[in-house]
Unconditional design. Structure first.
Length: 573
């Protein structure tokens, strides 16, 4: 703490000096007592120094508007927005988000420590306060071929090198925890020994496995999908995040678990949300709005959006409009509809705070990461027998989980043939971190494509090339397109590129401004109509989670079809 700044703040608090900024005529939310206050807010050096009556060098009249703490996104993968941390900050700030806690495991799976350092350097230049949880499971499971492997010895130096590091991110490899894998135990012990938090990832896990996680000092879970699951975690002393992202939308199902007695154990997260949806729908503000609409006390909703997350992660200067806290607050003209009029970050209005900030130069290590060799049509063929049912991945709209189905085979000349009348399409996950040929093939249901193919270099968590299509030609052309752009998302039809969003930074992030990326995403969504897609969910994000072998039931990795329940590879037939 700067001694001179502390002196100024103390003098301003005692009226010995005039405060830098004073907010007058606002109704201030007291998140500790859940009531509104009629008081001035005095700010010096970006810190709130007093509530009461103050004079300031600058005075802002709130005009009777409500003033609430800046919102905190408790768990987010910034990479899912497909823009850099600086551009992401500019996108969420108008939605009242002043603090985010991010897990950079997407870029870490491709570019290792270099990817994490890039995100941290960008965070230093961002107007929003960005904190980090270190990726615990890179790769997500031992058998995956990611672009990097982050062992405990590679993670531990980050705890002491940056105050932005709050702990160990979502521990998703529950098998390694249960079996006391040495490297995983070291990661857990290092986090505990450094006084840091540990996030969980307990998708579908029963109470007996939750016991194991809690014993390992895991304190949060954002994978809860029912009120019953939430209460099982709460009674074991955990925090539960209500998630509303682009694919996983669990808030309405979990919200009934929140009561006046236990609300302090809940907060919000977006997890994975596309940029265009952030700009149109919002971020944490959308979750507050939805919670209030579902019947939650508005004051509790705002407390969950600020104080609860701050206290969970030990952010003692965040989460409240009170002396000693950062001057992060939001003016509201309508509390229930979360109508944001102005946002302040450390006493500076959002537009000013976001201006004049230059991005970090992109390291060479993060470019040209699509190294897949050229493939032939025969490399995408699935050989089937007429007399055996075939295993099919069924997509569940707006959920990360899938279902394992069995269907009668669709065969032509002994090979799988896409059957659009039954919505049976081919899916391919192809290793992209090396020049070795490794192709996982399967069958998927639920995309509704009538022709063409969609593809991306975003496929959680190893982020290989992944494609769903009606024919090999378009799937192979999609691979060629994304090799030339260094990664991204593309829509192909009749052997031609229809629309592409280039993501040259680790095949995950654009180097363009947020507004430009949002417009490109809109064009991608429009182009889907040419392929016959008419679903009410985000097919690109859904596609990106079909390779994640830690979320039930069945997933498509570059090594083949993986049954998550049995935790083993299985043949298509």
């Amino acid at each position: 703490m700067n001694k001179e700044s502390l002196k100024h703040r103390i003098k301003a608090a005692s009226h010995a000096e005039i405060a830098d900024l004073v907010i007058k005529n606002g109704k201030i939310l007291d998140v500790f007592n859940l009531e509104w206050m009629d008081t001035d807010i005095a700010v010096t050096d970006g810190i709130i120094v007093g509530l009461g009556t103050f004079e300031g060098r600058e005075v802002i009249d709130a005009g009777g508007q409500k003033v609430v703490p800046g919102f905190i996104d408790g768990h987010v993968h910034i990479e899912s927005s497909m823009v850099t941390p600086l551009e992401y900050s500019k996108a969420v700030l108008p939605h009242g988000v002043t603090t985010v806690i991010t897990d950079p495991h997407e870029i870490a799976n491709v570019s290792g420590e270099a990817g994490i350092r890039f995100m941290m350097e960008e965070a230093e230049r961002a107007p929003v306060s960005i904190f980090f949880m270190l990726p615990s499971s890179v790769p997500a499971t031992k058998f995956e071929a990611s672009g990097a492997r982050l062992t405990a010895d590679k993670l531990s130096p980050f705890y002491s090198s940056s105050a932005r590091v709050l702990g160990l991110a979502e521990v998703m490899d529950y098998v390694s925890v249960k079996e006391c894998d040495d490297d995983m135990i070291t990661k857990l012990a290092d986090a505990q020994g450094s006084g840091k938090k540990i996030d969980g990832h307990m998708a579908g896990l029963p109470p007996e496995l939750v016991n194991i996680y809690r014993t390992a000092s895991v304190t949060t879970d954002h994978e809860v999908t029912t009120a019953e699951e939430a209460l099982e975690r709460i009674k074991r002393g955990m925090y539960v995040m209500l998630r509303e992202g682009s694919v996983a939308k669990n808030l309405k199902q979990v919200l009934p678990a929140v009561t006046a007695k236990n609300a302090r154990r809940f907060f919000y997260c977006t997890d994975d949300k596309h940029l265009d949806e952030i700009m149109i729908e919002g971020s944490v503000d959308h979750q507050i709005r939805l919670s209030i609409k579902e019947g939650l006390d508005p004051l509790i909703a705002y407390q969950m959006a600020s104080l609860n997350a701050a206290e969970c992660y030990g952010l003692s200067a965040k989460g409240a409009v009170a002396p000693g806290y950062d001057a992060d607050f939001v003016f509201l003209s309508d509390v229930e509809n979360v109508t944001i009029e102005r946002t302040f970050v450390k006493g500076i209005e959002a537009e000013t705070a976001a201006g004049g900030r230059e991005p970090v130069e992109i390291p060479e290590r993060l470019l040209n990461t699509v190294k897949t060799p050229s493939l032939l049509s025969e490399d995408l063929e699935i050989h089937l027998k007429n007399d055996q049912p075939m295993k099919v991945i069924e997509v569940i709209p707006n959920h990360l989980e899938t279902k394992l189905l069995t269907e009668e085979p669709s065969i032509q000349n002994g090979l799988f043939q896409a059957d659009t009348s039954r919505d049976l399409l081919k899916i391919a996950t192809i290793e992209r971190h090396s020049s070795e040929k490794e192709v996982g093939l399967g069958i998927v249901k639920g995309f509704g494509l009538k022709k063409g193919a969609i593809a991306a270099t975003i496929s959680h968590d190893s982020h290989h090339f992944i494609s769903v299509g009606t024919n090999n030609q378009d799937m192979l052309h999609a691979l060629s397109v994304l090799k030339s752009t260094g990664g991204g998302i593309t829509v192909c039809l009749d052997g031609m590129e229809v629309q592409t969003l280039a993501l040259p930074i680790s095949g995950l992030l654009s180097d363009q401004p947020a507004d430009a990326v949002s417009k490109q995403l809109e064009l991608l969504n429009v182009s889907l109509r040419k392929l016959g897609f008419n679903g009410n969910y985000n097919p690109f994000l859904t596609l990106s989670f079909l390779a994640l072998p830690v979320i039930p039931e069945i997933k498509m990795t570059s090594k083949g079809l993986f049954d998550v329940r049995q935790f083993r590879f299985v043949p298509v037939q």
